[in-house]
Design a protein around this ligand. Structure first.
Ligand code: ZN
Ligand code: ZN
Length: 218
């Protein structure tokens, strides 16, 4: 599966992850992609040599203790990070291990809330600097046209979606920022499930999504 991943993490994200300076929601998303992707795992390994020194310096900073522990755990235990590729083949799990551990189960443990138009979300408990959510987009459905005030990471766990930039399938991660406006649309063939992390509210164009925004915490 890892051969088919075309969209990867940026160096900046891998470096920040290695240094333990990312908000918990981004940490989880990066860890989940790395667990699915040999290429980013190898790049992370290269950064860890430098990152090891950086972590020493960062330990006294105000990074959430849990988030640092989780990062250290994954960095010090690459076997754990690489486990889900094989594990998911064996057990047919949709959610890679870092995410399964976080949620405390596979998809059946997710408490979905309807967002409208068949789209569902489940906000994951993380520290407040950023938000992580699972998104369920029915086959052929669209997420309303929106822009971004900060960074949005979207990692595909099942199915695929396409937007103005490209198509993203399982394992692919889209890194969006202020410069991108997009309307992600799920492939016709299968429902799409993504893990999305944002560090600022989205900027919706349509009136209805804008009105709904405070209720959806998007
Ligand atoms: Zn990758
Ligand atoms: Zn977006």
């Amino acid at each position: 599966m890892t051969d088919t991943i075309e969209h990867h993490l940026t160096d900046a994200l891998l470096m920040a992850y290695s240094a333990g300076t990312l908000p918990e929601a981004f940490n989880l998303t990066v860890a989940t992609h790395v667990s699915m992707c040999d290429e980013c795992r190898a790049r992370l390994g290269a950064f860890d040599t430098i990152g090891g020194a950086l972590i020493e310096d960062c330990i006294e900073t105000d990074v959430a203790p849990d988030s640092l522990d989780a990062t250290l755990e994954l960095i010090n235990n690459p076997a754990k990070a690489s486990e889900p590729v094989g594990a998911s083949r064996a057990s047919d799990c949709i959610l890679p291990a870092p995410l399964r551990d976080y949620i405390g189960g596979d998809l059946s443990a997710v408490k979905w809330k309807p967002v409208g138009m068949g789209v569902k979300q489940a906000i994951l408990p993380t520290s407040k600097e950023a938000t992580a959510r699972l998104l369920f987009i029915p086959a052929g459905a669209a997420v309303p046209d929106h822009g971004h005030r900060g960074t949005e990471l979207t990692l595909v766990l099942q199915g695929a979606f396409a937007d103005e930039t490209d198509r993203f399938a399982r394992g692919d991660i889209e890194v969006a920022d202020e410069d991108l406006n997009h309307t992600p649309v799920a492939d016709i063939g299968a429902d799409c499930i993504c893990l999305a992390a944002t560090d600022a509210p989205l900027r919706f164009k349509g009136l209805l999504p804008r009105l709904m925004q405070p209720f959806l915490k998007i």
